[in-house]
Design a protein around this ligand. Structure first.
Ligand SMILES: [Zn+2]
Length: 193
């Protein structure tokens, strides 16, 4: 499947309605530099990595999440951006589904954080498998959990085991299970029919 920038932009606007997400350009978001500086100071992530990383923040008192992306939807490299969008919209869905327990568990428990991130990576893994028939690199992702998400080695290993099992049991056997990835895939396949 050759995914175009227009596919990504279209899938994004449809999925935003579905999963309650609002886009904001990361570079111009007030306070983002300050957060990056703090994270760099405590050694969670370098400022350069932070600037390029996409982030989803629940908007308290609403069902919506704010999704901060380095490039506007439809203006990044299409496959890579679709994987990112799929990952971030899964976090938006977690907020819709779990309410305040989501940010609480995410921030206070590194095993919960690794699990939430694993579910979000299921979505990115399904997009990659669908578009290219390639298996997501779980080892690289496990290292990122430690480097960029302040997960201990044990918590990162837990997340990596979840993702490996998902790839072995479902994605590579054709039974996909990420609702967000499937929503995006159906939308783009519909455009190509
Ligand atoms: Zn994530």
């Amino acid at each position: 499947m050759d995914i175009t920038p227009a596919d990504v932009a279209s899938a994004w606007s449809a999925a935003c309605q579905e999963y309650g997400a609002v886009y904001h350009d990361k570079a111009s978001m007030p306070g983002v530099d300050w957060v990056g500086e703090m994270l760099a100071r405590v050694g969670v992530i370098s400022q350069a990595d932070w600037a390029r990383a996409s982030t989803t923040v629940p908007l308290p008192g609403t069902q919506y999440s704010l999704v901060l992306l380095p490039d506007p939807p439809g203006e990044g490299e299409p496959l890579s951006q679709l994987r990112t969008i799929s990952h971030e919209l899964t976090h938006a869905r977690q907020w819709q589904r779990d309410g305040y327990t989501y940010p609480y568990r995410y921030l206070t428990d590194e095993v919960e954080r690794a699990s939430y991130e694993a579910y979000a990576q299921y979505a990115a893994a399904e997009i990659l498998w669908w578009a290219r028939g390639e298996r997501l690199d779980v080892d690289a992702w496990e290292q990122r959990l430690q480097r960029s998400y302040a997960c201990s080695r044990a918590a990162a290993a837990h997340g990596a085991a979840m993702l490996t099992q998902h790839l072995d049991d479902t994605v590579c056997k054709g039974a996909r299970s990420s609702a967000v990835a499937q929503y995006l895939i159906r939308h783009i396949e519909g455009r190509h029919r």
